[in-house]
Design a protein. Structure first.
Length: 82
């Protein structure tokens, strides 16, 4: 079974997306990203070659889970108080 090595998880209720790297059968959380620049920096620190193109170029190495790719803000709920 094929597994995508870079996972950008669904948007958290407060905003931001957890980013993890799958290697050697283990997932390592790289951090909580609030924009594409955060994802790129996490991948750069993890030693991923050409992280800019990996994130912005639509690489098949990245799986954007739940919601639109490159979206990081939580949807306002009906119970939010202005």
């Amino acid at each position: 079974m094929h597994h995508t090595p870079i996972l950008v998880h669904p948007i958290a209720p407060a905003g931001g997306r957890r980013v993890s790297l799958r290697a050697g059968g283990r997932d390592t959380v790289l951090g909580l990203a609030f924009d594409d620049a955060d994802v790129i920096e996490f991948l750069r620190r993890a030693g991923v070659p050409d992280p800019d193109d990996t994130v912005l170029g639509g690489s098949e190495l990245v799986e954007w889970q739940g919601g639109e790719p490159h979206a990081f803000e939580a949807e306002p709920s009906d119970t939010d108080i202005p």
